[in-house]
Ligand binder design. Structure first.
Ligand code: PLP
Ligand code: ZN
Length: 390
């Protein structure tokens, strides 16, 4: 039997399903070679479950269909981005972000292990995703959020009716406390980078390479580093199974206002330290100042010969507009960092104009933010003349 958990950094193995290694780094499940891409999907459609040979659970527990990313070439963005751009729209997942891949596998594997309560530490997409999958599976869910959470956020999470606890104090610390408390209280915490979440989210790499086998690079927004770890692991499993010769370069993008991973990359450090002097950013989903898988994300960048960089809010908002106005895709600002980042990468020559690059649009967002348009109010009899004035 392979071990339950492996440390990517020191290669220590563990026989129990823990989340962190003694060396402090996050653990994941052993590399499971993917030997064939099941494009003939059968009853599981294009969802993540067609990869069940390399998933830690054999079937979904509810009816929510996670995965099956829409991946298409976007010619209308190519002059702006400076390379052959493919878009992967993770916003089509049940709750509008890639987190559903990890939540689906996390909830299913938790139930198969005989535990019937899940939780997470999040005030954003992950909270809604875990709560929705718990709801569909008919099990209890606890979400720990900061005490000062904004009203529209708590409403979005409450929609799925989990137990919500607003916690005072250091929110970064809560990630670790929750893992510990979960063990004592029979709650499987599906935090941002835990092994079960990574196991589900790695399927994004499979979807990308299935559609675009000649991919030179993948551009991802990064916050906790959990998803970057997952995509890296997916690539390693494709290579281990003989489906991929060399790994596409991983480019990880952060918002300049909060960029501990990009800062570590810039100064050539081995480890990611917590960011100080963090400011607000429009990219609210990627503002983790103390990323639990930051150092692992950095390892993914170095292993694939990629880079980590940050883009400022103006560049993010401009890319978000381009995505909507030129490509017809609505994304939240965190996802627009990919197109802004690719533009920088082609400007500075890291990515060549003939290279093929996938930008992962990680989440859809609410859609109600942004500028109010100047839409005139007209009477019915003036409608025709107002159409001519366009
Ligand atoms: C969670 C999230 C991210 C960042 O993923 P990490 O695994 O925390 O690095 C990026 N974009 C969106 C939309 C997210 O919800
Ligand atoms: Zn270790």
């Amino acid at each position: 039997m392979p071990p339950m958990r492996v440390c990517y950094a020191c290669e220590r193995t563990f026989e129990t399903p823990r989340a962190r290694c003694d060396c402090g780094e996050p653990l994941w499940r052993p590399i499971e070679p993917l030997e064939s891409c099941p494009s003939d999907a059968g009853s599981s459609g294009r969802s993540i479950w067609r990869y069940d040979a390399v998933l830690p659970a054999s079937q979904p527990t509810g009816d929510l269909e996670a995965g099956g990313a829409a991946v298409w070439r976007s010619r209308s963005l190519e002059s702006y981005a400076g390379a052959n751009v493919w878009l992967a729209d993770e916003g089509r997942n049940p709750t509008g972000s890639f987190k559903d891949r990890g939540s689906a596998v996390g909830v299913a594997a938790t139930l198969e292990a005989g535990i019937d309560r899940v939780g997470t530490v999040s005030h954003g997409n992950m909270a809604s995703s875990v709560a929705a999958h718990a709801a569909a599976a008919g099990i209890d869910c606890t979400v720990l959020v900061p005490a000062d959470i904004a009203e529209e956020r708590i409403r979005a999470i409450a929609r799925f009716d989990p137990q919500i606890v607003r916690v005072h104090g250091d929110y970064g610390r809560l990630y670790y406390d929750a893992l510990e408390l979960g063990r004592r209280h029979g709650i499987q915490f599906l935090n941002s980078d835990v092994p079960l979440r990574v196991a589900g989210q790695k399927t994004l790499a499979f979807d990308l390479l299935e559609t675009v086998p000649s991919l030179d690079a993948i551009v991802l927004p990064v916050s906790s580093g959990g998803n970057a770890s997952a995509v890296w692991k997916g690539l390693l499993e494709l290579r281990a199974g003989g489906l991929l010769e060399s790994l596409p370069r991983l480019y990880l993008i952060q918002a300049a206002a909060c960029d501990p991973i990009a800062a570590a990359y810039r100064s050539d450090r081995e480890r990611v330290d917590p960011a100080s002097g963090v400011k607000e950013t429009v990219a609210y989903s990627i503002a983790n100042a103390d990323p639990p898988s930051g150092t692992r994300a950095l390892a993914a960048v170095r292993d694939t010969d990629g880079a980590a960089l940050s883009v400022d809010d103006d560049a993010i908002l401009e890319a978000q507009d381009r995505l909507a106005r030129d490509a017809g895709v609505r994304v939240e600002p965190a996802s627009a960092t990919t197109v802004a980042g690719l533009r920088r990468l082609t400007e500075r020559g890291d990515v060549g104009p003939d290279e093929t690059v996938a930008c992962v649009l990680t989440g859809r967002g609410y859609g109600g933010e942004g500028e109010l348009p100047s839409a005139p109010v007209v009477d019915r009899e003036d409608l025709e003349s107002s159409l001519d004035s366009e």
